[in-house]
Write a protein that binds this ligand. Sequence first.
Ligand SMILES: [Zn+2]
Length: 379
Amino acid sequence: MNGSHGALRALAVLCLALLVQGAASVPARAAVAPAHKTRTVVLIVSDGLRWQEIFTGAEEALLNDKDGGSWLSDEELRKRYWRPRAEERRAALFPFLWGTVAREGQLFGNQTLGSVAHVTNGKAFSYPGYNEMSTGYPNDAIDSNEFGPNPNATVFEWLNQFAPFRGRVAIYGTWNVYDNIFNKARSGLVMQTGWTLPPKARETPRDALLRELYATTTQFDEEDSPNSFIQVPLLDYVKTGKPRVLFVGYGETDNWAHQGRYDLVLDSAHRFDHFVEQLWNTMQAMPQYRGSTTFIITTDHGRGSGPTEWKEHGIEEKGSENIWIGVIGPDTAPLGERSHIAPVAQAGIAATLAAFLGKDYPAAVPQAAAPIAAVLPMP
Ligand SMILES: [Zn+2]
C-alpha cells in the first residue's frame, strides 16, 4: 500500500463526480495534474551546525580568540561575518539558504519566532541523529558512534527495493561511520564515505588528482575527510550516476566546533552553504533534475550555548536537541522562515523524503514518524 493508490482512488472519484455533474465547464487540468512533481530527493546534512547560526548568523561573543578560539583577527572575522542586524548576519553567512531556500522553500527551527525543530532520540549526538532522520524513529540501543552496523533499515535502503530507484540511491559523506549507519554491507546502496575512494575502471586526470590528494593529505581526523573532498566526487557522480535518492553528509562544522575554533566553524558553515548551492545549480542545469528535485537540508544535532558549551553537544549541553530543517523543491509552498508553528521532529524527515517520491513510508514502517505535512503538496 502506498500513497499513489490513495491518490489514484481520489482521482477516479473526482473524475466520476465530474462526469456525473456533466461538468464541461469545470477546468479538467486541476484533476489530472500529478500529485507530486518531485522525482529526485536529496537529504543534506551539515554535522552539528547550530540553529542559532542558521537564524541569527555569527554570535558576537565568540568572534574572538578568548571564547571563540579564533586565529583570525577579530577585525577580519567581523568583516567577514558580523553585521548589526540578524537578517544581514545570517544572509552573509548563508547566502543560498537565505537568498534562495527561504524565498522559494521553508525553514523550520527559529526558536525566537516560535518554530522548534528537535531530535527525539534523547542523545543529541551523531549516530542517534542520523539514525533518527533516516529510519524515522529513534533507537535507544544506539548509544555510541561506535555502535556498529545499523540493525534497522533506513528509508534509503527501503526505497532502493523499488524498481525506479534501485541502484540509484546513494550515500555521499565525509564520515566513514555512514558505512555503519546506512549498513553498507546489507543495504547495497551506492556509497562513498570517509577517506576511501572507490576504484574507477577508467580514471580521468581529475580522478587521478583526487586519488593523489586522498592518499597524501594529512588526516586531521582519520574517520572524516574535509568537505571539499566529498564535493568533487559528488558532483561527478550526480552527472554520471543519475541518482534518484541521495544523501550528502558534510562533517566540518562539527569537527571545528569540537576543536574550539569558531572562526573555522563559520568558514565551514559558509562553504557548506556554497556546496549546497553548487549542487542545486548543477542539478537545475540538468534536464533530468530541473524543476523536479527537492532538497531537505538539516543537521544531526544542535550544540550547547555560552562561552564554552558551544563546542560540545549531548545531554550535558542544554539545547543540543534543537536543530533546524530547510526544504526547497517544486512541491513545497514558498512560505519561507516559519514562525508560530507546531514543533517538527527529526524523525519526520524519513517519511517526508519518501512522501516527495509518492511513497507512504509509515505504512510500511509503522514506528516511523509522520511526514512534515507543511512542506508537502496539499492533499
Ligand atoms: Zn560532535
